[in-house]
Design a protein around this ligand. Sequence first.
Ligand code: SAH
Ligand code: SF4
Ligand code: F3S
Length: 441
Amino acid sequence: MSKKLYIETYGCQMNISDSEIVHSILVDHRFEVTSNPENADLIFVNTCSIRENAEKRVMRRLNELKRFKKSNPRLVIGVLGCMAERMKESLLAEAVFVDLIAGPDSYRDLPKLVDLAEGGQKAINVILSADETYADINPVRLDKNKVSAFISIMRGCENYCAYCVVPSVRGVERSRNPETILQECRILFDQGYREVTLLGQNVNSYDWEDESGSLGFPQLLEKIALINKDLRVRFATSHPKDLSDELIATMVRNENICRSIHLPVQSGSSRILKLMNRKYDREWYIDRVNAIKKNLPDCGVTTDIITGFCSETEKDHQETLSLMQWVEYDYAYMFKYSERPGTIAAKKLADDVPDEVKSRRLEEIINLQQELSLKSNQKDIGKTFSVLVEGTSKRSDKKFMGRNSRNKVIVFAGSNIKPGTYKNVTVTDCTAATLIGKLAE
Ligand code: SAH
Ligand code: SF4
Ligand code: F3S
């Protein structure tokens, strides 16, 4: 008789992808998936440590989930992912009802850990690995639309940006065997998927070596793009220091590599970038965006920004605003700096920008981005795009939604359109978040 597993995922796309691997491992170990925590025998929360708020949210949720133990005393609650790795055993002091703790490299051990926890013991594995990539595990796809899938191509990070916990919770950088990636892409295409997003903390430092030679990110990308012209290929995240001309040239040659690059800038001030240990400065970043604009004029650039990093002045903040204006980002993820225990910044730099100043700067950044997103969308009115349809829109089942190559969401009226088909759509209107269109004649 199979037992029921419920899993909730927080954090980045890497975690979403990891949850699919966890599912696969436990489905092979007498579990079936449920979307309802109430009737679960095993609840996993796959967690994120990137900012203090992310962890607080998980703690609140864990405290909510513990009530299911009242009606089902045999219920096992496990914490997976980055917070499990960061806090290790100390998590048990804050949440005594947690039975199992597993870091991101120990998911193969989950069947054993679950057996231990079911037997009443606390089960913990937070050992990081130098070579685990879960390359041979075929993930159970949890996406709803069966059109677009995430594929992890590497794990870990060794960039040690001063503010960031990822290197300590995800371990050293390692690339996955390209044959297993290609095989996964081919199978997905045959199953009807039309879009893959290649994932890594820094995808453009992908590097595989074996007897037959070495393979870098641009070559891997091209091999995947050549599987079929109808397969769209996306990737995230690119570190500006490694965004090569070769990568741009590979995109130019292959139209199905999507015209959108996520290029986190973090700050527009060279002084702050240096303190952040980002290994590039404002001029380098501008040079890379210029290379994109020149060779891929239809390519959108999106970004991540941290505001209020240690010692950030009003002048540094203005430099971030002016850089945003120059690049004209399509979209940005914007955060207040949150000091994380154990990071270089926590050890060496004072978190000295007052919270109200961080909040005010964040608001200015968000307001500017809102204007830039609207401006970018307004430029698309009257244009016709090839849209990969993902399904009906959230608000109405007579409307469909999909994305263009630039990763912009387009909503349009239609009937009987199967997810996974391409449609030409002409943009007639927009908001800052969405393009609104109609099927082209
Ligand atoms: N590997 C990716 C980023 C992963 S984390 C990259 O280097 O671009 C996603 C984003 O969270 C980062 O780009 C950064 O903007 C933000 N972030 C990371 N640590 C943070 C912290 N301590 N406080 C606030 N934001 C942070
Ligand atoms: Fe964190 Fe920097 Fe690595 Fe990104 S590149 S995960 S920000 S250390
Ligand atoms: Fe969070 Fe871990 Fe991703 S800290 S952002 S879930 S790599």
